[in-house]
Design a protein around this ligand. Structure first.
Ligand code: CMC
Length: 389
């Protein structure tokens, strides 16, 4: 029997690739046992609470923090490159009433490649690709928030708001959403949330981006794959479902019974809990819980936070599992009065920085990612012609 005819792969498969190390990265390190996350060696807490999202993007793309001058230049380039061609809105406008915001983002990102002067050359040769890809990455990161906010407004029957340079990607995003410049506190919290979601090892969407990039496909192909992957409810799609759950529960005193009901069902899942890698609390949830508490105390809208605490205690007691990044990001975004439909696209705006870092890293030392499958179907059999079936 030749290798190609072997009925199954030589080793039994690991379901969901759990525990498999699929490659090297210098971008982030997830310590699942200790509940720690580092970007290029730096713990995420000070990056989120003292740094800015632009600093974090620079770090992920360069493996080093910027100096003040480097940051100023990098930020200036990102903020001034956010406009998208009107043709993007012409593509998205007729789709807007029928599709989710994540669908529109996926289509908008794919369409954006038509207007990128550098992309074609990156498909044919790896020579000089690093320079072109750096330019493309800047455009993608600069424009992804414009697509999200513009598509959101199209869904509401409103015209997209053109980006103004603004102070930060966070304030530019919130301004394009409503037309109003956010207050400093709101901008700060949103900025920190972006940093917390930026990268996370070989999470599903980043891995999808790397698999696509490893075929020597271009950045838009990789980012579009990643957006499709982030959408699912087991990944980035969980955060908006956390808010839907809080809305459905409605009152703090109903939260425990609601959780008991879900956990009493076969395969019942409480959104925003559990994680493939963390066996203790997700460190991003710790920071977001702190932020949610401050925000809800400030606004006086304490309901989401109180309800979340009850849910957290109940899930921990019953299943021994902890909240992940999506659980308290829902209370944070909810307290900022953002529509739940925006939650997963906001995750995409942030995680794009990680996707882009990983695509460039993959291309810098590329090899096709192509695992084997364990075949469990019918054994070899003779073909029967249509008339004899
Ligand atoms: N609710 C109830 N039980 C859960 C949950 C949950 N959210 N998550 C895991 N479990 C239980 C599961 O039932 C199983 O228990 P048992 O062995 O008794 O059947 C055990 O924990 C292990 O679960 P698993 O499905 O084997 O874990 P996994 O590593 O395959 O899945 C996960 C990880 C994140 C998909 C899963 O925890 C989940 O579905 N969570 C809810 C969705 C969610 O919050 N996703 C966001 C993930 S983190 C950020 C991101 O990527 O966006």
């Amino acid at each position: 029997m030749t290798q190609a005819q072997t009925p199954s792969a030589p080793n039994p498969p690991t379901r969901g690739l759990e525990g498999i190390v699929a490659g090297d990265t210098s971008k982030s390190r997830v310590d699942g046992a200790q509940g720690k996350l580092f970007y290029c060696g730096y713990p995420i807490e000070p990056l989120a609470e003292e740094g800015t999202f632009e600093e974090c993007v620079y770090l992920l793309w360069n493996n080093e923090l910027p100096t003040a001058a480097q940051l100023e230049a990098f930020k200036g380039d990102l903020l001034s490159d956010a406009a998208v061609p009107d043709a993007i809105w012409d593509v998205l406008r007729p789709l807007a009433p029928h599709q989710t915001l994540m669908d529109l983002l996926r289509t908008g990102m794919s369409a954006l490649s038509a207007f990128d002067p550098d992309v074609a050359a990156t498909r044919e040769s790896s020579e000089g690709r690093d320079v072109l890809e750096r330019r493309i990455a800047m455009r993608v990161q600069a424009r992804i928030g414009t697509i999200v906010t513009g598509a959101y407004r199209l869904k509401q029957g409103k015209a997209p708001i053109a980006p103004t340079k603004g102070q930060s990607l966070a304030s530019q995003f919130l301004t394009m959403l409503t037309g109003e410049v956010p207050g400093a506190g709101e901008e700060r919290i949103f900025d920190a949330a972006l940093t917390l979601h930026a990268d996370h090892g070989f999470n599903a969407s980043t891995f999808a981006a790397r698999v696509t990039a490893a075929t020597e496909a271009d950045i838009y192909g990789a980012v579009t794959s990643a957006i499709g992957t982030l959408t699912g409810r087991l990944h980035g799609g969980a955060n908006m479902r956390v808010m839907f759950m809080l809305q459905e529960i409605g009152e703090v005193d109903k939260a425990a019974a609601f959780v008991d009901d879900i956990l009493g069902r076969p395969k019942g899942r409480v959104m925003g809990f559990g994680h493939r890698v963390y066996k203790v609390e997700d460190p991003r949830a710790t920071v977001l819980r702190r932020m949610a508490k401050v925000l809800t105390d400030e606004t006086g809208h304490t309901k989401w936070f109180e309800m979340s605490r009850v849910i957290e205690d109940r899930v921990k007691e019953t299943k021994g599992i902890f909240p992940n990044v999506d659980f308290y990001s829902a209370s944070v975004y909810g307290s900022l009065e953002l529509d739940p439909e925006l939650f997963t696209p906001i995750f995409a705006v942030s995680r794009a920085s990680g996707w882009l870092a990983h695509v460039m890293e993959q291309h810098a030392d590329n090899r096709l990612i192509r695992p084997r499958a364990n075949y469990v179907g019918a054994p070899e059999r003779a073909y029967v012609g249509l008339s004899d079936r």
